[in-house]
Write a protein that binds this ligand. Structure first.
Ligand SMILES: NC(=O)c1ccc[n+]([C@@H]2O[C@H](COP(=O)([O-])OP(=O)(O)OC[C@H]3O[C@@H](n4cnc5c(N)ncnc54)[C@H](OP(=O)(O)O)[C@@H]3O)[C@@H](O)[C@H]2O)c1
Length: 387
């Protein structure tokens, strides 16, 4: 049985991963789990999957969990150190990286440095420090398997082909919850409205990122580092139905794509079982029932965040980490009714414009850019909310 660790086990990707574990009880042994503060769900998972060690964000949550799990043999740690301990010290073959946001960078990088293969859902660390993560993965003989459905599709479409034969990667975008709204209608969008994604059931942060198209901006950066392809060869196409998960065009103009109904268990299972494809008892994609699929170009006027992703790559160094941090602050403020939807790109752009880009030579460079950008973005949010 393959020993595995799940970082962010209480989230959308985390629970889908445990669904796969449950379907293949002879394949995986869960040795470690980490969560933020949802200790009710984590307790359920501990009772069901019996990990050796778990970690949660705060010591107060850890103390509560220890008292709830007093009848069980499980080590309960806390804080970033505790989460990083689970990611790196425990013996495991594969770490499913599914924390949301920059909080996943240190644990995921530590898992790489401890020689564990990674199933990567948590795209933000790859945005913040993609080159560093890939360099460390090479140094430690670690493979990073994409879980993001678009990157899994590209990974699958590249199988058996040579990277030098690729002409372009085409990432598909659903367009998110607000794609059909006019510029005027976008002015008054509430978080509740923006959280209504048409195709995917995901955590709140990525659902807002889908609505602003920042998710696609982050994915362009993620693709650049995962597949070592320059941003000029990465394109984005809006495909509302989320059936074609992404495409690769080769030099001979042949295009290879991966299709399926939107269900994250398919890419999660592929990353966990690679190179095997396991039988999943899920509905089949019946194209004859769907009939038509639609494709269009992204609208950069209504949704400027996608271009910020490209721009951050062109500037390079610490700029993608800066963009990512500003986005996290802006999205959090929007979700808490402290910023308007249309102000999210404004906060990110103004933070990027105020940043002096530097090269990333070590983890601290990325963390310092993240810290700086959070402070800057917080002050911009504060100014906007009082204007
Ligand atoms: N959901 C999807 O379908 C999907 C698809 C592609 C890529 N992704 C990527 O996968 C990642 C996870 O997304 P998600 O939708 O699963 O998010 P989610 O549902 O919000 O779950 C996030 C997980 O991270 C934990 N967490 C949050 N803040 C933390 C912190 N500061 N320290 C430690 N743990 C923390 C949460 O813990 P608690 O809940 O216990 O507080 C939860 O377990 C994101 O990077 C997202 O972009 C998601």
């Amino acid at each position: 049985m393959k020993p595995i660790i799940i970082l962010g086990s209480t989230g959308s990707i985390g629970t889908n991963t445990l669904d796969i574990v449950q379907r293949f009880p002879d394949e995986f042994r869960v040795v470690g789990l980490t969560a933020g503060n949802n200790i009710e769900k984590l307790e359920e998972q501990i009772r069901r999957f019996r990990p050796k060690t778990v970690a949660v964000s705060s010591e107060s949550s850890a103390a509560l969990l220890r008292s709830r799990c007093a009848d069980l043999r499980v080590e309960i740690l806390s804080g970033e150190d505790g989460i990083t301990h689970v990611a790196s010290v425990l013996d495991a073959e594969l770490v499913i990286s599914a924390i949301v946001g920059a909080a996943g960078l240190v644990p995921t990088l530590s898992a790489i440095r401890s020689g564990k293969h990674i199933a990567l859902a948590n795209k933000e660390p790859m945005v913040m420090a993609g080159k560093l993560m890939q360099d460390e993965a090479r140094k430690h003989g670690v493979r990073i398997f994409p879980v993001d459905s678009e990157h899994s599709a590209i990974f699958q479409s590249l199988e058996g082909h040579r990277i030098e034969d690729v002409r372009r990667l085409i990432l598909t975008a659903s367009g998110g919850a607000l794609w059909t709204l006019t510029h005027e209608q976008l002015q008054d969008v509430t978080p509740e409205r923006a959280l209504q994604h048409p195709n995917w059931k995901m955590g709140a942060k990525i659902t807002i990122d889908s609505a602003t198209l920042m998710n696609k901006g982050l994915e362009v950066v993620e693709a650049r580092w995962l597949f070592d392809i320059p941003e000029s060869n990465i394109e984005v196409m809006v495909h509302r139905e989320s059936i074609i998960h992404s495409l690769v065009e080769y030099k001979d103009r042949s295009i290879i794509a991966q299709l399926g109904l939107p269900d994250m268990r398919t890419p999660i299972s592929y990353a966990m079982h690679y190179p095997a494809r396991m039988t999943l008892d899920l509905p089949s994609l019946e194209l004859t029932e769907i009939g038509r699929l639609s494709f269009s170009k992204p609208d950069h006027d209504r949704f400027p965040c996608l271009n910020l992703g490209y721009e951050s790559l062109r500037i390079g160094g610490t700029m993608p980490a800066t963009m990512n941090a500003a986005n996290e602050i802006a999205v959090d403020a929007f979700l808490n009714h402290g910023l308007r939807f249309v102000e999210i790109p404004q906060v990110i752009r103004n933070t990027m414009e105020a940043h002096s880009q530097q090269e990333i030579t070590c983890l601290d460079d990325a963390l310092e850019a993240d810290r700086w950008a959070r402070e800057k973005a917080e002050s911009l949010v504060h100014a906007l909310s009082h204007s």
